[in-house]
Write a protein that binds this ligand. Structure first.
Ligand code: HEC
Ligand code: HEC
Length: 333
């Protein structure tokens, strides 16, 4: 591939709806914008639901069990643990910045966050519940009935409102202000010389062909093992499971590299423990390129500048169950 010569960054200034000015230049990565048009009532309700293990059969597993917001929105294990300690089939991607994805899940089978949020509640290998049972539990809790009424204006809780509230909360889980974004916005000393060289390598080697945009990924499906095949420890077949097309076999949604320092282990099977390993594998399998230890370390240094401000809020206090609330069955059938 021919390397482009130094492109003159003509920094224009865009003024967005939020009133904050963003420098736009010709870099393939753009800064994360704070969330816009958020329904604050739905966010507060969705936050409670996100942390509420009563949406699971066991009464023990919440969204936060596998997408822990204290750990980059992931569980930091190769594949998740579901109902009755079942081993999950695939690595849990981060929920941070997931609103920026073109679709949800590794194979993109959910169009958006609202469509996604119903999945885990009823998935026997995850929260192991059903939508009807989850709604029955919520409907039996007076604090929730009140709050749903405030937000959605109805006495009867519906699963579509549950998923809408969770999705609204997830929209707030963006991570602006990474050092890399500060650099993009003109703070020249936000990156060290090594980090900047790492970024230039990341660009010039061709990583940006797939990892670009606001989320540094999340905006296309690409083959894992373009130049050299990848031997996965999971039997997920990727996008082909959705499209039925053979050509989509082993195509996965390109993961975001935002906060990637926090979201180990890596790849859909969680087989790479460190960024050093992941960068080495990406170089060889996607680009046919072997990085020296020094080059690899620089790319890793750059990747660590993509960690942004983590969501921060008061831990939600959940409304207590009532006498009539169906009780969890952590060990029962
Ligand atoms: C038992 C662990 C577990 C629980 C509980 C769980 N998830 Fe997930 N989540 C996963 C796994 C694993 C995937 C990836 C599945 C796939 O791609 O096939 C995933 C995918 C996602 C994605 C897609 C992210 C992306 O980049 O594609 C979002 C968003 C998400 N979960 C949100 C939630 C919400 C909201 C809840 C609670 C209602 C929840 N999850 C509960 C394990 C879990
Ligand atoms: C042809 C597209 C493509 C190119 C080029 C590419 N990647 Fe990737 N990258 C992917 C896909 C697809 C995945 C997910 C693969 C999987 O999980 O099976 C991925 C995953 C990753 C991950 C793991 C993220 C996670 O959360 O699991 C890292 C880190 C990464 N890439 C870095 C790089 C670097 C560094 C380069 C350049 C050396 C690069 N990528 C080049 C498509 C690409």
């Amino acid at each position: 591939m021919k390397k482009s010569t130094i492109a003159l960054a003509v920094a224009t200034t865009l003024v967005l709806g939020t009133g904050i000015a963003y420098a736009a230049n010709d870099e393939p990565i753009s800064p994360i914008k704070p969330p816009a048009n958020i329904n604050l009532g739905a966010v507060e309700l969705g936050k409670k639901l996100y942390f509420d293990p009563r949406l699971s059969k066991s009464g023990f597993i919440s969204c936060n069990s596998c997408h822990n917001l204290s750990m980059g929105g992931t569980d930091n294990i190769p594949t998740s643990i579901g109902d009755k300690w079942q081993q999950g089939p695939i690595n849990a991607p981060t929920v941070l910045n997931s609103s920026l994805n073109l679709a949800q899940f590794w194979d993109g089978r959910a169009a958006d966050l609202k469509a996604q949020a119903g999945g885990p509640i009823a998935n026997p290998g995850e929260m192991g519940f059903s939508h009807t049972l989850a709604v029955n539990v919520l409907q039996s809790i007076p604090g929730y009935v009140r709050e749903f009424k405030q937000v959605f204006g109805k006495d009867k809780i519906e699963i579509g409102d549950v998923t809408a509230a969770i999705a609204e909360f997830e929209k707030t889980l963006v991570t602006p202000n990474a050092r890399f974004d500060q650099w993009l916005l003109g703070k020249a000393d936000a990156l060290s010389a090594d980090e900047l060289e790492g970024y230039n390598l990341f660009k010039n080697a061709g990583c940006v062909a797939c990892h670009n945009g606001e989320a540094v990924g999340g905006n296309s499906f690409q083959k894992m093992g373009l130049v050299e095949p990848y031997k996965a420890t999971s039997d997920a077949e990727g996008r082909a499971a959705v499209t039925g097309q053979d050509a989509d076999r082993f195509n996965f949604k390109v993961p975001t590299l935002r906060n990637v320092e926090l979201t180990y282990p890596y790849f859909h099977d969680g087989a790479a423990n460190t960024l050093t390993q992941a960068v080495d594998i990406m170089g060889r399998l996607q680009l046919g390129r072997r990085f020296s230890a020094k080059e690899n370390a620089r790319i890793v240094a750059f990747l660590k500048t993509l960690t942004g401000d983590q969501p921060s809020f008061q831990l939600p206090i959940l409304p207590p169950s009532a006498d009539a609330t169906p009780r969890p069955t952590p060990f029962g059938k």
